[in-house]
Design a protein around this ligand. Structure first.
Ligand code: S3P
Length: 471
């Protein structure tokens, strides 16, 4: 049996991603949300996806044992766990969210193609980690990932000395051969934490400097330090420079994964738009490079309070309470985009319930996420009766709250398998006049496996439509 398959078999069935063709059959073809009563309760957000990927990858690159608590057991992260096993690390699930990774200090050549599923974060970071050593690995992913740009990571890795054989346009599948890398100083043309992380992982041997004009999430920097690496971060006139000297050795450690703000955003925005609601999400990561949505919602007039601020696992966390609020449109500063890049779909929903226009600009990157999120959010909102102007690098959503013009809903939204587009529209349906249905709901499990149950626990009417609900 190929090694990667044997590896998959050692995971409990419930955390094994279904093969692509089965996933659609297994899950219901659609999920529907409908307006109902207030949402009330206290919930815990699932583990942060970005930190979960990094904990597994750094654990595999380190020498010795890494114990992880609170790991997100979503499909994307399980793919990374399987990949790390395929690259020679020991990966075991000890209990809910508790995993142990045993690394040898180096990755070894995988026996088969590495399938990263839907995850750009997994694929790009693992490429960086693999480029460090003289091995060849072939990467692929699902239809969405195979459309996403990979040259942004293979170009700088090639400059460091790796060899990449890609399809036209630099898409997956691609084969990478690493080893004997040289140190480079790389100024990112597009701010990307995934690319920065890939280069830092590749640079553990030769050293590397990455300069970013807009600072992106710094979990890799924080976690590398926790694994014993020494980094220098410097604010320069030209941008934020992260420098890693060569010859770094990582040692296994304990990682506690805080709650994902990108997932917490869905129940919190639901509470803001459904009258009478009050929802608290416990233990949410409050890293300033991830908190742009909360800042924006507060500017929009949201009643959001943060309590019990504390430090957990080297990251700031807190409990966030959202109460139903009268929102007003705002202009989101483009330089805030990196701190809320995954939150624009749910912000667009909040904007639909606000008074006046909310302008989201300088976010062309949204077109190369799991889907073209500008096009899909504009189409979905328009189908639900919301005014949206689409721009090449952004969109303007105009809410008509004061004119008492409700969001109509009553549409079936095509998500192109994008988990965040699906969850955003399901949240919108809770406060619209008529139910909203989304296709491919099985993909929500890539980042938020318990989404439906968690929302229902708060009182949300989300489920598969029964015969009585046929429209
Ligand atoms: C991520 C970085 C972001 C984000 C993604 C997770 C990460 O992507 O959209 O969901 O964990 O580094 P980019 O780095 O491409 O902006």
């Amino acid at each position: 049996m190929p090694r990667v398959l044997a590896a998959v078999k050692s995971f409990p069935a419930e955390f094994r991603p279904a093969p692509k063709d089965q996933r659609r059959r297994m899950s219901s073809p659609t999920l529907t949300s409908r307006p109902g009563g207030a949402l009330v309760g206290r919930v815990r957000a699932p583990g942060d996806k970005s930190i979960s990927h990094r904990a597994l990858i750094l654990g595999a690159l380190a020498e010795g044992e890494t114990q992880i608590e609170g790991l997100l057991e979503g499909d994307d992260v399980v793919r990374t766990a399987e990949a790390m096993q395929a690259f020679g690390a020991g990966v075991e699930r000890l209990g809910e969210g508790r995993w142990r990774v045993t690394g040898q200090g180096e990755l070894t050549e995988p026996a088969d193609v590495v399938d990263c599923g839907n995850s750009g974060t997994g694929a790009r970071q693992i490429m960086g980690a693999a480029a460090r050593v003289a091995i060849a690995a072939t990467f692929t992913g699902d239809a969405s990932l195979r459309r996403r740009p990979m040259a942004r990571v293979t170009d700088p890795l090639t400059q460091m000395g790796a060899l990449a054989v890609t399809r036209a346009g630099g898409r997956l599948p691609l084969t990478l051969r690493g080893g004997a890398l040289k140190r480079i100083s790389y100024r990112q043309p597009v701010p990307s934490a995934q690319v920065k992380s890939a280069l830092l992982l590749a640079g553990l041997g030769p050293g590397v400097e990455v300069i970013e004009t807009d600072p992106t999430r710094d979990h890799t920097e924080r976690m590398l330090a926790a694994f014993g690496a020494s980094l220098h971060v410097e604010a320069r006139e030209t941008g934020r420079a992260v420098r890693l000297e060569g010859g770094q050795r990582l040692t296994g450690t304990r990682v506690r994964v805080p709650g994902d703000p990108s997932s917490a955003a869905f129940p919190l925005v639901a509470a803001l738009i459904v009258p009478g609601s009050e929802v608290t999400v416990l233990g949410v990561l409050l890293n300033p490079l991830r908190a742009g949505l909360f800042e924006t919602l507060i500017e929009m007039g949201a009643d959001l309070t943060i309590s019990n601020r504390r430090e957990d696992g080297g990251e700031p966390v807190g409990d966030i309470t959202a109460r139903h609020s009268a929102l007003r449109g705002v202009e989101v500063p483009p330089d805030r985009a990196t701190s809320m890049i995954d939150e624009y779909p749910i912000l667009a929903v909040a904007a639909a319930f606000a008074e006046g226009p909310t302008a989201m600009r300088g976010v062309g990157e949204l077109r190369v996420k799991e889907s073209d999120r500008i096009a899909l959010m504009a189409a979905g909102l328009q189908a639900c009766g919301v005014m949206v102007e689409e721009e090449p690098e952004g969109m303007i959503v105009t809410g008509l709250a004061r004119a008492n013009h409700p969001v109509q809903g009553g549409a079936t939204v095509r998500t192109h398998g994008d988990h965040r587009v699906a969850m955003a529209h399901l949240v919108m349906g809770l406060a619209a006049e008529a139910p909203i249905e989304v296709d491919e709901p099985g993909m929500i499990a890539t980042s938020f496996p318990g989404f439906e149950a968690l929302m229902r626990g708060l009182g949300a009417a989300i489920g598969t439509p029964g015969p009585a609900e046929a429209r």
